[in-house]
Design a protein around this ligand. Structure first.
Ligand code: SAH
Ligand code: SF4
Length: 399
């Protein structure tokens, strides 16, 4: 007899499981609330379930998160956890407290196969997708662990909780490309949004992607949470080099999909992330190309500039503060909302792009990543021109 880990099951799947045990489907809601709202890991705690059901569950199911390897706390309050996901792999989760919110940055894969030049996860290569349970366990652990530590009520009263949540926002910005692990991601997102689970609104859950075009379109239909797209370059030639996935899904296709996404999205804009790399993508001219690009695409957007967090193998440097400010000003003067992301947790290597965990690479990333220095191309407006002219795709935009 197999033992099911109930963290793997969203409420629908839990209802099916209950039926298989010969129980009514509605028991699933009770069970789900015990697990996700109250943080129960033990069936004996579940006082409103019949003893016979608790006994049945004890033999057939567990509620088990991955073993915790370590916890590190930054001087700015950021906390990073490292979890063992087996076979020599470990993933990281980061909690970022702010005055008015608590954000959890969650990993979706052990490693990442996209291989962006500026990302230390990308340099480690790819081992495997996380399961739904391993994705949601990061939130389950963090929420209840912090609640206990802060001495917040255990939330066992009916209706209590929403205002007592420690984690108010989730960003899928940890290790991995969430849209290359779509099947496991979507049930985990549903559990985050479920009123009987974490009850987060769709605008407080953000999926960040390097641009897996077909899966952006599917997410729009299946679970349209807030979308952040890692842009990093105003033209295909440079983006091909920085984000290799661009060779498959070039900018014109990516932007067209972003526009389509917004027809269903809870937020009326896409957040474009842009990692500022000295001498590579940070000139005023490139900022103007970006303006032309997004204007031509018609995508309502906001830019979030991320100062590059360096690591030795990348061979890249962080843009100087003056450069970031100047780039920001060009975007803002062009009428685009733009902000600079505050770096958090860099003293514990928890900042964007520094998450490295432990990855048993199966993709020969080291060889792939040892490439020639980035080629800087200065003629990025070709994509904007092509979009304006109603042409899209690789052939038309090739320079
Ligand atoms: N794979 C997804 C989500 C994880 S990365 C994606 O690429 O969007 C989360 C964000 O951190 C992305 O915008 C990514 O481009 C950025 N990032 C990666 N490496 C970085 C680094 N070294 N410095 C700053 N930002 C980085
Ligand atoms: Fe993967 Fe995102 Fe890192 Fe690129 S930036 S390698 S897509 S995790």
């Amino acid at each position: 007899m197999t033992v099911a880990n109930l963290l793997e099951l969203d409420r629908d799947a839990l209802a099916v499981f209950c039926e298989q045990l010969g129980e009514k489907r509605f028991r699933a809601t009770q069970l789900f609330r015990w697990i996700h709202q109250k943080g129960a890991a033990d069936f004996t705690q579940m006082s409103d379930l019949a003893k016979s059901l608790r006994d049945k569950l004890a033999g057939r199911a567990t509620i088990s998160a991955m073993p915790l390897i370590s916890e590190q706390a930054s001087s700015d309050g950021t906390i990073k956890w490292l979890f063992d996901v087996g076979a020599g792999n470990a993933v990281e989760t980061v909690f970022i407290p702010e005055d008015d919110r608590g954000t959890l940055c969650i990993s979706s894969q052990a490693g990442c196969a996209v291989g962006c030049r500026f990302c230390s996860t990308g340099h480690q290569g790819f081992s495997r997708n996380l399961t739904t349970g391993e994705i949601i366990a990061q939130l389950w652990f963090a929420e209840h662990h912090l609640r206990r530590r802060l001495n917040l009520p255990d939330n066992q009263r009916e209706g209590a909780g929403a205002d007592k949540r420690v984690i108010t926002n989730v960003v899928m910005m940890g290790m991995g490309e969430p849209l290359q692990n779509y099947a496991a991601l979507v049930p985990a997102l549903r559990m985050m949004l479920d009123d009987h689970g974490y009850g987060l609104s769709r605008r407080r859950v953000t999926v960040s992607t390097s641009g897996v075009v077909p899966m952006i379109a599917r997410l729009r239909d299946d679970c349209p949470v807030a979308l952040a797209v890692s842009l990093h370059a105003p033209d295909d030639a440079l983006r091909d080099d920085l984000v290799p996935l661009n060779r498959k899904y070039p900018l014109a296709e990516l932007l067209a999909t972003c526009k389509h996404y917004l027809t269903k999205a809870p937020r009326d804009f896409i957040t474009f992330e842009y990692c500022m790399l000295a001498g590579v993508n940070d000139s005023d001219a490139q900022a103007r190309e970006l303006l032309a690009l997004v204007a031509a695409s018609g995508v309502s957007c906001k830019f979030n500039l991320i100062p590059f967090n360096p690591f030795p193998e990348s061979g890249l440097k962080r843009s100087l503060n003056e450069r970031v400010t100047s780039f920001l000003r060009v975007l803002q003067d062009g009428g685009v909302v733009a902000t600079v992301r505050k770096t958090r947790g860099d003293d514990i290597d928890a900042a964007c792009g520094q998450l490295a965990g432990e990855v048993q690479d199966r993709t020969n990333a080291k060889a792939r990543m040892t490439r020639a220095p980035v080629q800087v191309h200065r003629s990025g407006s070709a994509v904007a021109e092509a979009i304006k002219a109603g042409r899209a795709g690789r052939q038309e935009t090739a320079q």
